[in-house]
Design a binder for this molecule. Structure first.
Ligand SMILES: [Zn+2]
Length: 464
């Protein structure tokens, strides 16, 4: 999952030429290693090459001075996870974990202009499935750690590279890794939030870090009837009953709320919003999440509705078995994005109550693939270090907290009480973000600055 651009949908887009590619040996190493990783089709299912990505990364670390015993690659089903530990001076301190995933969403070559698994560098961009989600960033963070170790830096806290192998699908390895590393001081997830480049100038506009994400949950709703001939209707009709329940659910609003992360977002992001009514509503809601006028404005905007409350929406429905038969079954699916701090069970109970249809059953689909997770704290140690590192590498850009509407590996750490922060060192134009989509790409113009950011951030966080 990659849910990056906090102002998505709020800013006007305008395309223009990309920055030039860089050529220092370390920057070249980032492009080479991420290209090799993109060429490996690390998609769950037959022919999954996630294990080969792990081998590629192991070799790179060993070439940079890691010992074989410091790197663990564990196969799980057709995938694998990867944990490389660089021990700090004080093993009593919780480590700093760099979290990423090696798998990618599948891509159909026939739909792409370029083959998704043949990396191409063109006009200052690296193209390929996994470029922006999230092989390039994984490699940048890894190369920054290699540079620190090669330079003779010794951290106080251990620095652990922890890469899952099924973040885009079942998250089994994500869950296992989080459990193994639950003693960590904090997690830096390169797959989450990041920097935005100004659409026109291509200069860094702002940087966001992700401190919370909503919980994904699907529910199946069903009404069954005995059925019968359509010429002899009964009082109870499964389609009518379920349609009534769905109408009530569709009209329902969960209680708006704010946390430290979304408050910071609303206050700071309001400065970038051109619509004065929307900007005022963002500021007002941050101050008072019961402000009815502000809620109405934020609810009316697809870019902000998901940031103020849990949302649930019917997404699929099917019913009946014959044009001349009373329906025996009506089924619908409702997809929810749950505000941090609430469980799927709690939301399911609210949906059941709102549906007010005694004949309707409701159950959660695949509950094992998800978990409720609280927002990570607004930790001044992390925010301070990240702000200094970003501003020293990229200049005085605003730093804004964000809450994602999707899920990443961070949720498994947060569910265990380990603070996790999306903290990607990549800056992109919003119009260049094609994560999970066609012609996925990442701009190569800022590798040197991104490496500097990661080095500064890791140096500071691992030293205290
Ligand atoms: Zn991702």
């Amino acid at each position: 999952m990659r849910a990056k651009f906090l102002l998505s949908g709020l800013l006007a887009a305008a395309l223009c030429g990309p920055a030039l590619a860089q050529t220092t040996p370390t920057e070249k190493q980032v492009v080479d290693l991420s290209s090799k990783a993109i060429a490996l089709r690390s998609v769950r299912g037959e022919g999954n090459q996630t294990g080969k990505v792990a081998e590629l990364f192991r070799k790179a670390l060993i070439d940079a001075g890691w010992k074989a015993a410091e790197i663990e690659i564990v196969p799980v089903d057709d995938t694998a996870y990867f944990i490389a530990t660089w021990k700090g001076k004080n093993l009593a301190l919780g480590p700093i974990v760099i979290s990423a995933h090696m798998d990618v969403v599948d891509a159909k070559p026939e739909d792409w202009k370029r083959d998704p698994f043949t990396p191409v560098v063109e006009n200052g961009y690296l193209y390929g499935r996994g470029a922006s989600d999230t092989k390039f960033d994984t490699v940048q963070a890894m190369v920054a750690v290699m540079e620190l170790r090669k330079a003779g830096f010794v951290p106080e806290r251990s620095i652990v590279l922890a890469f899952s192998g099924d973040e885009e699908t079942t998250m089994i390895t994500s869950k296992v890794i989080a459990e193994k590393l639950k003693g960590a001081r904090l997690v830096l997830n390169v797959d989450g939030a990041s920097g935005a480049l100004d659409e026109e100038s291509g200069k860094p506009a702002y940087w966001s870090w992700q401190g919370a994400e909503k919980t994904y949950a699907d529910f199946a709703l069903e009404v069954t009837n005995p059925g019968g001939h359509s010429s002899a209707p009964r009082a109870e009709n499964a389609i009518v009953q379920l349609a009534g329940a769905l109408t009530r659910i569709g009209a329902h609003h969960f209680t708006p709320e704010v946390n430290d992360i979304t408050r910071d977002y609303f206050v700071k992001a309001a400065d970038f919003v051109s619509d004065p009514l929307l900007a005022a509503a963002m500021r007002a809601f941050a101050k008072d999440p019961t402000d009815k006028a502000a809620i109405a404005v934020l609810r009316g905007n697809p870019a902000t509705i998901g940031k103020i409350a849990t949302t649930c929406v019917p997404t699929m429905a099917s019913a009946g078995h014959g044009l001349n038969a009373l329906p025996q079954r009506a089924t619908a699916f409702v997809n929810c994005r749950i505000f941090p701090g609430h469980s799927p069970q709690e939301v399911m109970a609210e949906l059941k109550a709102v549906a007010a249809e005694p004949a309707m059953t409701i159950r959660q689909i695949d509950p094992e693939f998800t978990t409720a997770s609280p927002a990570s704290p607004y930790d001044p140690v992390f925010v301070g270090a990240a702000t200094r590192a970003i501003q020293s590498a990229f200049g005085e850009v605003p730093v804004i907290a964000s809450q994602a509407s999707g899920a990443s590996d961070s949720m498994w750490y947060r569910a265990l009480g380990v603070p996790s922060y999306g903290a990607s060192g990549t800056f992109m134009r919003e119009s260049d973000d094609f994560s999970h989509g066609l012609d996925e790409r990442v701009p190569l113009g800022n590798i040197g600055k991104s490496l500097e950011y990661y080095r500064l951030l890791l140096t500071e966080l691992s030293s205290k």
